[in-house]
Ligand binder design. Structure first.
Ligand code: SF4
Length: 123
């Protein structure tokens, strides 16, 4: 408040504005980097157009706890984009449903067996 009336105060205000501008630019840059990283990883979903599950009952792929996964896995076994589907689910840490022919528990084991859990923790 008192600084407003002195030249030194004006400099302080100018510095504060510059500092705030820099912080805003840094935040915007960090946000853009984060968002572009996310979009880069999710940009190629062209494989989903060939997903066999899109032609079947989607509920089979999200069974209730303790429900059967057989029907969904049977469909996945014949799906031509199974590898891409599994890779996508692993990369995006899908928690629910059948992806690439594997249940959530099976995907966790897959990640452990392939050292992917540790890689994600290190990232
Ligand atoms: S592998 Fe299974 S869940 Fe994945 S796209 Fe094919 S049918 Fe759907």
């Amino acid at each position: 408040m008192w600084g407003v009336f002195s030249p030194a105060g004006a400099d302080d205000q100018s510095h504060d504005v510059e500092l705030q501008t820099q912080i805003n630019e840094d935040n915007e840059q960090a946000l853009n980097t984060l968002l572009w990283g996310l979009f880069d990883n999710t940009s190629d979903v062209s494989w989903q157009h060939k997903a066999l599950c899109a032609q079947t009952d989607p509920e089979a792929f999200f069974p209730e706890k303790g429900g059967s996964t057989k029907d969904a896995k049977r469909v996945c076994a014949h799906c031509e984009v199974r590898d891409q589907c599994l890779a996508w689910a692993i990369e995006h840490d899908e928690r629910f449903g059948i992806w690439g022919g594997l249940s959530e528990r099976e995907r966790r084991k897959y990640k452990r067996d392939h050292g992917l859990t540790r890689m994600r923790e290190q990232a």
